[in-house]
Structures are given as structure tokens and as C-alpha cells.
Design a protein around this ligand. Structure first.
Ligand SMILES: Nc1ncnc2c1ncn2[C@@H]1O[C@H](COP(=O)(O)OP(=O)(O)OP(=O)(O)O)[C@@H](O)[C@H]1O
Ligand SMILES: [Mg+2]
Length: 285
């Protein structure tokens, strides 16, 4: 499908700081893919995200968005329209007193004709399953609903890539589930390219690709099953692995031979049940 974002040997240092926050990052994000980014606090995840639409520019190296260099000032608006960003706190991202006005805000500022705005707003609200709330006051919505309105506001810009920087960090479990299933649907059913930065392992397991950041470098990059199968390396990074991976590791340490790429609870439970039955049959024979 081709790349939507490319990092070429990107190093970044905040002005007046003495250390590099991103160190020689080479990275390419495929169109239509779902990439999750994990990493401990301060590992550079948000700094990486802010390079994806030119909020930050590399100290060394280059970032290209849809083939445009983010350092090219003449193309920065195009770049910002191509990559939409969603942040942690929905309250900081909502600007209007009515849901549909909030979603219309960015396209209005872009000078999109009003009939098209109406269509974009309705489409975006339907995509995040908030259409029936279009006349509601955002501040009365739940955290998960507010964050979905914030996502609709980004979708109304019709970006090619949506980067979400810990969008569920301030939400309760119900809100988290709503936001993650919305984001997954946008990618799987609507072809949106997604980069999801998160602290929650369970939000990564259905991604196409999982990148682990550590001290400004990419410490691991592969499918979630591949990355999580390196339990020890993940723990050395101070990161947890999904509970299923830990259970399989502990059972395998006790002599079971279970596959190490089981991430979903049900497939893990099925594999353990089959292994236990097999052992019992072996003892009985
Ligand atoms: N504006 C800034 N000026 C100077 N240093 C900064 C600035 N923003 C971030 N940093 C430093 O850069 C490092 C990486 O920060 P960044 O926000 O990218 O990490 P992160 O992985 O997103 O962390 P978290 O999980 O806490 O969100 C941290 O040490 C942070 O203190
Ligand atoms: Mg961050």
C-alpha cells in the first residue's frame, strides 16, 4: 500500500536540553495499518507522535508525510490536514457548546463550504457512533463519549492518518473500551491508518504492528505476538506483558509446551484446557 509517514534517521533534542529525546529513528508507517506504540514514561512516545504532523521538527534527519517533508514550511498545512492528532484529555480538545458545532469547528476554519461541512460532521459522528448525541452539550457527556467527539472532530478534517496519544488514559474501563473499539473499526472497516500510543497492553493485542520505545530508540518492532513473546526483554524495559503471555510463560516453565503467541484470553484458555486434557490422557494410559 505504501508509506504514509517516513522517519529518516530522526534525532530530536528539545532546545536548551542536554540529551537527545529521539535517537536516530528510522520508521515507516504503512497506509491502512494499525500501529500501537508502547514505552515507559519519558521514553519519547509523545515526542515521536508530534513529529508525525510537524508540531515538532527533527534536530537531525527528516520526516515525510505523504511524501512531503515536515520541514517544508509551505506544505505544513497540507501535512496537518493529512495527519490528525487526538490527545489524552478530551476536555482540552472540545471547543464548542454543542457536539455538532464542535465537530464542525476545524472544517469551518478551513473554509470548507457549509453543505459539505454538514455532510462531513454527520459522517464523522456516525463513524464514532455519536450521531444521536449531535445536539447535546459536550460537557454533559461521559469521558468515552467526549473522546469519541474529539475523534469525530479530527475525522471531519478527512485526514489519512490519525495519531492518538494515550486517548484512554483519563477514561474508565467502559470509556476505554468504547474508544478502542471505535478506533479499531475506523481502521478495519474504513481504511483509516492509525497510530495508537498507549500504556495498556490489552489495547495493543489487535494491532498489526507493535513498536516499543525505550530511551528515544525503537527497542522492539513486530507483530504484537512476536513482541510480547520476548517476555524477559519487555520486563527488562520495565513493561508488563498481557496476562495471557505471563500465564503461558509460567506454565511452560513447569514443563508445558504451549505456543507463546496466545494473546486473547479465550484462545489461551482453550490451549491450556487442551494441554491439561492431553496430560491427563497420557497419565491414564
Ligand atoms: N517541552 C519539553 N521541553 C523539554 N523536555 C521535554 C519537553 N517535553 C518532553 N520533554 C522530555 O522529553 C522526554 C520524553 O518525553 P515524551 O513526552 O516524549 O515521553 P512519553 O514517552 O510520551 O512519556 P509519557 O508516557 O509520560 O507520556 C521526557 O524526559 C520529558 O521530560
Ligand atoms: Mg506521552
Amino acid at each position: 500500500m505504501g508509506a504514509i509517514v517516513e522517519f529518516e534517521h530522526v534525532t530530536f533534542r528539545y532546545p536548551e536540553e542536554s540529551r537527545d529525546i529521539l535517537c536516530d529513528i528510522c520508521l515507516s508507517i504503512e497506509k491502512g495499518s494499525f500501529t500501537a506504540v508502547l514505552g515507559h514514561n519519558g521514553s519519547g512516545k509523545s515526542t515521536l507522535a508530534k513529529h508525525m504532523n510537524g508540531i515538532l521538527l527533527p534536530t537531525q534527519g527528516k520526516v515525510f508525510v505523504a511524501g512531503l517533508c515536515t520541514a517544508d514550511e509551505d506544505r505544513i498545512l497540507e501535512i496537518r490536514h493529512t495527519v490528525g492528532m487526538v490527545f489524552q484529555n478530551p476536555d482540552n480538545q472540545i471547543v464548542a457548546n454543542v457536539v455538532e458545532e464542535d465537530v464542525a469547528f476545524a472544517p469551518e476554519n478551513l473554509g470548507v463550504p457549509s453543505e459539505e461541512i454538514r455532510q462531513r460532521v454527520d459522517d464523522a459522528l456516525r463513524l464514532v457512533d455519536m450521531y444521536e448525541y449531535r445536539r447535546h452539550a459536550p460537557h454533559l457527556l461521559s469521558g468515552g463519549q467526549k473522546q469519541r467527539v474529539a475523534i469525530a472532530g479530527v475525522l471531519a478534517m478527512q485526514p489519512e492518518l490519525i495519531v492518538l496519544d494515550e486517548p484512554t488514559a483519563m477514561l474508565d474501563p467502559k470509556g476505554r473500551a468504547e474508544v478502542i473499539s471505535t478506533v479499531q473499526r475506523l481502521c478495519r472497516e474504513n481504511g483509516m491508518t492509525v497510530v495508537l500510543i498507549t500504556h495498556h497492553m490489552d489495547e495493543c493485542i489487535d494491532a498489526d504492528r507493535l513498536i516499543v520505545m525505550s530511551n528515544g530508540r525503537i527497542a522492539a518492532d513486530g507483530s504484537p505476538a512476536e513482541v510480547f513473546s520476548h517476555v524477559k526483554e519487555m520486563e527488562d524495559e520495565g513493561l508488563d506483558v498481557p496476562e495471557t503471555v505471563r500465564i503461558v510463560r509460567d506454565l511452560n516453565d513447569c514443563g508445558f509446551v504451549l505456543p507463546t503467541d496466545l494473546l486473547h484470553t479465550e484462545e489461551c484458555a482453550d490451549a491450556i484446557a487442551a494441554a491439561v486434557l492431553q496430560r491427563r490422557a497420557a497419565w491414564q494410559s
